[in-house]
Design a protein around this ligand. Structure first.
Ligand SMILES: NC(=O)c1ccc[n+]([C@@H]2O[C@H](COP(=O)([O-])OP(=O)(O)OC[C@H]3O[C@@H](n4cnc5c(N)ncnc54)[C@H](O)[C@@H]3O)[C@@H](O)[C@H]2O)c1
Ligand SMILES: *[C@@H]1O[C@H](CO)[C@@H](O)[C@H](O)[C@H]1NC(C)=O
Length: 429
């Protein structure tokens, strides 16, 4: 307010200056004008400098960050992590390696002697400290996880220069169905732009790697035929997440067709287990039940059951390894197609849908705490009422055969959860 009164002292237009204005007063007015103009410009500068931060969230929440990579020591780490330790082993680039599925797949590949290099941007879609803990786990088994974005073409090219990867296991993505309404561009950034960037680098690599990547059961969308079979229609996505995964399947077709890249898409069905994702129901139900907080359980129209074909992580890992083992080589070289290449898509589910109310009952028994249940109508914002995989195709071609039921798998999850969050680690937030 004091400033305003000062500003009021300045004549609004120069024309109002009187020619016979007292000399020293005139000079002090110019000085005042200059001073307050400077303050004003400064305020404008501060305003424009600060406003984009709040009004324009970074799509990946991290994409503007530059990561440091490169140099002889870094290259040595990359090479050593990707080194194959068995005859006819693979060297695999695993994107999303600090993620739930990525961590398990990387560890399993490393265990059997394949070379593995991880890549992850450690974004904060969910608690990054969990990603860091998974990274530490991988480091202990000899897997280096490079911090970087799949949209960084220079980084990807460098990685392929250092290591002639035979395979890419592409698991980096923006996951989650409901978050798409909050941050739609993060889905475009990672699931579409990032995927295209990765394929561009793969098609130019020499040799071209074979690529196995994660699509999703969500591509079945509003499809009502059960169990879901790969031949069913997938042109009615119920969420932007599903739409970007479906787009990925079409983009995969294009790169296979034009450049001879060998591509296998895996439609995962609700994967759960130790080191899982805090944004998924089984995980936050566990957290809230233990806290004594009420949980929301959705029901369909006419009190219809909401059910999921929950698939245990170890079964998914076997499916991923089966897909890598049966992937044929890409046929192109130097960015040119030399012949037809393999293009596949498989359901990886458990073939036994379980109502979400049963999931809660199992958790109550395992945690020895009664849940406060809040029954709510399933909102129409992306979640479908029912998923059920027909896995006969993966069974036939990948030797995929899930063996863990929900009861057994959740027991392992609960044991991990209690150890991780009560064993000195900070509470899940
Ligand atoms: N878990 C499930 O139930 C499920 C179901 C269907 C499909 N999927 C798919 O499986 C894959 C793995 O899922 P998850 O459950 O392990 O998820 P996750 O979020 O735990 O793992 C994904 C990882 O990718 C990283 N990432 C995201 N965008 C990136 C980018 N632009 N550059 C580099 N890294 C990036 C994240 O930091 C994260 O660590 C995803 O493609 C997901 O869409 C998962
Ligand atoms: C599952 O899919 C296969 C084709 O892969 C089909 O022959 C079979 O009938 C399907 N099973 C069911 C129960 O729909």
């Amino acid at each position: 307010m004091k400033q305003m009164s000062h500003l009021d002292d300045i004549p609004s237009t120069p024309g109002k200056f009187k020619p016979y204005f007292h000399r020293t007063r005139w000079q002090s007015s110019v000085a005042k004008l200059a001073f307050w103009s400077l303050v004003f410009v400064g305020l404008i500068f501060i305003f424009f400098y600060r406003s984009p931060v709040s009004s324009n969230p970074d799509p990946s929440r991290r994409s503007l960050r530059t990561y440091s990579w490169g140099g002889p020591a870094w290259e040595k780490r990359v090479r050593s992590s990707a080194r194959v330790r068995t005859r006819r082993g693979f060297s695999v680039l695993v994107t999303g390696a600090a993620g739930f599925v990525g961590t398990h797949v990387s560890a399993a590949l490393k265990r059997r002697g394949d070379g593995v290099l991880g890549l992850d941007n450690f974004n904060d879609y969910y608690d990054p400290s969990l990603k860091r803990a998974r990274q530490a786990l991988l480091e202990r088994s000899g897997v280096f996880v490079v911090e970087g974005d799949i949209n960084d073409a220079a980084l990807l090219k460098k990685l392929f220069e250092v290591v002639p990867f035979t395979h890419v296991m592409h698991l980096a993505a923006q996951a989650g169905v409901r978050y798409a309404m909050e941050n739609p561009s993060s889905y475009v950034h990672s699931n579409i732009a990032g995927f295209v960037n990765l394929l561009e680098v793969c098609k130019s690599a020499n040799p071209q790697p074979a690529i196995v990547w994660a699509s999703s059961s969500s591509v079945y969308g509003l499809n009502t035929r059960v169990p879901f079979s790969e031949k069913d229609r997938t042109d009615q996505p119920a969420s932007l997440y599903a739409a970007t995964k479906k787009a990925g399947e079409e983009i995969a077709h294009t790169y296979n067709h034009i450049y001879g890249l060998s591509l296998t898409g895996l439609r995962f069905f609700t994967v759960y287990g130790p080191w899982g994702r805090p944004d998924m129901a089984y995980f936050f139900f566990t957290r809230d039940i233990l806290k004594g907080k009420a949980i929301s359980i959705f029901e369909g129209v006419n009190h219809g059951t909401v059910a999921r074909d929950f698939t245990y992580i170890d079964d998914i890992v076997k499916g991923c390894l089966g897909a890598l083992d049966t992937a044929e080589k890409s046929t192109g070289s130097g960015g040119k197609k030399r012949g037809a290449a393999q293009l596949r898509v498989f359901n990886l589910g458990n073939t036994s849908p379980v109502p979400v109310t049963d999931l809660v009952t199992i958790l109550e028994r395992l945690l020895k705490v009664k849940a406060k249940r809040n029954i709510m109508k399933l909102p129409r914002n992306g979640d479908v009422q029912f998923t059920h995989a027909n896995i006969s195709s993966a069974q036939r071609e990948l030797g995929y055969k899930p063996t863990t039921n929900l009861q057994t798998g959740l027991k392992k999850f609960a044991r991990w959860y209690l150890g991780y969050y009560n064993g000195g680690k900070k509470a899940a937030s």
